[in-house]
Design a protein around this ligand. Structure first.
Ligand SMILES: [Mg+2]
Ligand SMILES: [Zn+2]
Length: 197
């Protein structure tokens, strides 16, 4: 079965978008907008507003990401399962980390145009999902059963449609609150070991 894995906070130890906002953007915007996602803002609207406040050149941010973004143990073992990485983040910040790790994975993510007057996010999929009402990861995964591995808000709708869910952090809390079963994980070796059973 297809293995689908979130990037930030799932493959990476911390959410690299949040790390980049704290280093190069305005954390006050993050603090103000994050609680409004799913209330009066879509995730896309939140991300677009947060990155519009970043004006640093892309090579500088990529260099910082390469020095500061860590991946969880087990990425190479996970790569052997030929996963699809699906992210609300950007190819421009994901691919260099995969290259650093010498991991070749298929990635579905957004693009960013790092303009000096504020980054502009080019979202891959703008269509509102029929289930959750905002553009989400589920739409890209329709048609084939899959195992989903995730940690956060952007994973909720896609995880609910999965045959099997691995969850941590906010996604685990969300599923707990709804009484939906999942397998917890701390690092990617946990996922790989469970897949073998
Ligand atoms: Mg995540
Ligand atoms: Zn959805």
């Amino acid at each position: 079965m297809r293995l689908v894995v979130d990037w930030d906070g799932t493959i990476t130890v911390q959410d690299s978008l949040v790390q980049v906002i704290h280093r190069f953007g305005d954390p006050a915007i993050l603090a103000e907008l994050e609680p409004r996602v799913g209330v009066d803002l879509t995730l896309h609207e939140e991300i677009a507003a947060e990155f519009a406040a970043i004006t640093a050149p892309l090579p500088e941010v990529v260099g910082w990401v390469l020095e500061n973004v860590e991946v969880r143990p087990g990425l190479h073992e996970l790569a052997a399962h030929d996963p699809l990485v699906i992210s609300a983040g950007f190819h421009e910040l994901i691919e260099p980390v995969l290259e650093r790790e010498a991991a070749r994975l298929e990635v579905l993510a957004n693009h960013v145009d790092a303009r000096p007057d504020g980054w502009v996010v080019r979202f891959r999929d703008q269509a509102a999902c029929a289930t959750c009402g905002e553009p989400c990861k589920r739409g890209s995964l329709a048609g084939e059963p899959y195992v989903y591995v995730g940690d956060g808000y952007s994973d909720r709708c896609a995880a609910l449609a999965a045959e099997r869910i691995f969850a941590r952090d906010a996604l685990a809390t969300y599923l707990d609150e709804r009484g939906i079963g999942y397998e917890p994980f701390e690092d990617l070796r946990d996922v790989v070991a469970a897949l073998a059973t």
